[in-house]
Design a protein around this ligand. Structure first.
Ligand code: BG6
Length: 492
């Protein structure tokens, strides 16, 4: 065998809300992400609403913005909503999939927009036009022998469920998700094999670790919401296996445990251990081992949490263990109990800067050990097949007048990731796939801008919404094609 197993699943990943557009087409309902405006690295995103007296307004913040009393979310004329058109994958999926096929993709990770299937989340019957759209997408992928990897829910809750039930803070959402997943598993049997229940399911409980000023009262309900998601996910795993025993269902954890103590002070080492337990293993244990870990009580005590958990919840979690572990991982992090002089940026990797590694202009760590380290940590603990389903580097790429785009930093970053995965496989880790994040430029989830590009394919669209939407192959496109062709042997 070479550095990678013969059937290694090379590919790329996108999410519905960040790529599809067509936000009012095919009977789609409004998602919570549809009322978020565009921002930039320095300008925050806003969430728009109508207040109790009928006046339009906008409040700073994306996912976590709390509206004034009596207000309801609304799309308001005059604001720039980047997800409404996104990169128009809804209409251009054929062209995009042809480009993925040209790179040699074996797998393509996409999410289904819940609001295309159940526009409000509570209807009795699904929306046929929404189902038909994904049938067409899957058919197009299979035409090229590309396996779909479907995220069932990727940060785009039906707005109706948010406004009327308080989102995942309400146990009722388990029922809504159950109906939604039952529909998907029956409808797409034979078309999809790999499913991921929730994107970065642990992201909400990472917040208190990353932002210590986050209100404690909110942390309690976040843990409760996460518990309902665990139960919903486990129910989906059980149902998937009943409907098709060949279905492979995974968890998707936000980040990998590539966490280092900043110093060898024992307090830093212990802080690192607690960080990984709280941020990664609390969640991974619940979904892979089917029960909360022994240290869960410590975390609940720390935040004053009294979890609403029933015996039936425990039984479902135990029965609905996932088949594979997938995770996103953009870089490594450091943890310290000492004063922090300089902090890093990067997705879910804020924290003290590591003096031994380099950082990009945006503060992202460039650490070739990251994936090797995280993969070994996870595999040692769980020993089940894994996929890295998000990894990549956001950059303000420049499109040249002749239609070329030179992105050597992306090639360097991805080369380091490929080598790091090869090392983990050599260690004995059962890694079955890799989907690079934003394989085609799309709207950034955190900033809502286009300028933060991750793709091997450049999309001509600007932060203000202008642009032709034309696609261009970047230098990294040709490089990744060679990597896939050689099954990871050629990375120069
Ligand atoms: C992950 C999310 O956290 O990071 C994606 O699952 C997101 O939805 C990706 O796009 C990159 O983050 P950003 O904010 O640069 O788009």
């Amino acid at each position: 065998m070479g550095r990678f197993p013969e059937n290694f699943l090379w590919g790329g990943a996108i999410a519905a809300n960040q790529a599809e557009g067509g936000f009012y087409e095919g009977g789609k309902g409004l998602a919570s992400s549809d009322v978020q405006t565009a921002g930039t690295v320095t300008e925050p995103r806003y969430t728009t609403y109508i207040d109790k007296d009928g006046n339009p307004g906008a409040i700073k913040g994306g996912f976590f913005a709390k509206l004034p009393e009596g207000a309801h979310h609304a799309v308001i004329d005059g604001y720039n909503y980047p997800y409404h058109e996104a990169i128009d994958f809804y209409h251009r999926y054929k062209e995009d999939i042809a480009l993925f096929a040209e790179m040699g993709f074996k797998i393509f990770r996409l999410s289904i927009a819940w609001t295309r299937i159940y526009p409000k989340g509570i209807e009795e019957t699904p929306n046929q036009a929404g189902l038909d759209f994904y049938h067409r997408v899957f058919a197009e992928l299979h035409k090229y022998g590309i396996e779909p990897l479907v995220t069932i829910y990727h940060y785009d809750l039906p707005l109706y469920l948010d406004e009327n039930y308080g989102g995942w803070k309400n146990r009722f959402l388990i029922e809504c998700y159950d109906k939604y997943t039952d529909t998907l598993f029956r409808e797409f049997k034979g078309e999809v094999k790999y499913w991921l229940t929730f994107n970065e399911i642990n992201s909400m409980i990472m917040i208190p670790m990353l932002f210590p000023q986050y209100p404690k009262a909110l942390i309690k309900s976040d843990y409760q919401a996460l518990h309902y998601e665990f139960v919903a996910s486990a129910k989906a795993v059980i149902r998937a296996h009943e409907i098709d025993p060949d279905y492979v269902v995974g968890c998707m954890i936000g980040g990998g445990p590539a966490t280092y103590p900043l110093t060898c002070d024992p307090k830093d080492c212990r802080a690192r251990q607690e960080y990984d337990q709280e941020v990664y293993y609390y969640t991974a244990d619940a979904m892979i081992r089917g029960e909360y870990p022994y240290f869960a009580g410590r975390i609940w005590k720390k935040y004053g949490i009294e979890l609403d958990i029933t015996d039936e919840d425990r039984r479902i979690m135990k029965e609905g263990k996932v088949d594979i572990l997938t995770f996103s991982c953009y870089g490594s992090s450091c943890v310290t109990t000492h004063e922090v002089k300089e902090t890093a940026g990067g997705n879910l990797n804020m924290g003290p800067k590591n003096p031994y590694i380099e950082y990009t202009d945006w503060g992202w760590s460039l650490d070739g050990e990251t994936l090797k380290y995280a993969l070994n940590e996870y595999y040692e603990r769980y020993g089940i097949p894994m996929m890295v389903v998000e990894n990549g580097i956001g950059y303000n790429d420049i499109l040249e007048e002749d239609g070329t785009c030179h992105d050597p930093y992306r090639i360097d970053y991805t080369r380091a990731s490929v080598n790091s995965m090869a090392d983990a496989i050599a260690d004995g880790v059962d890694l079955i796939g890799y989907t690079s994040w934003g394989c085609i430029d799309l709207v950034s989830a955190s900033t809502g801008e286009m300028k933060k590009r991750y793709g091997f394919i450049y999309v001509d669209k600007n932060n203000d919404g202008s642009g032709t939407l034309k696609r261009y192959r970047k230098d990294s496109f040709y490089w990744y094609k060679k990597v896939i062709e050689s099954n990871g042997e050629i990375v120069d």
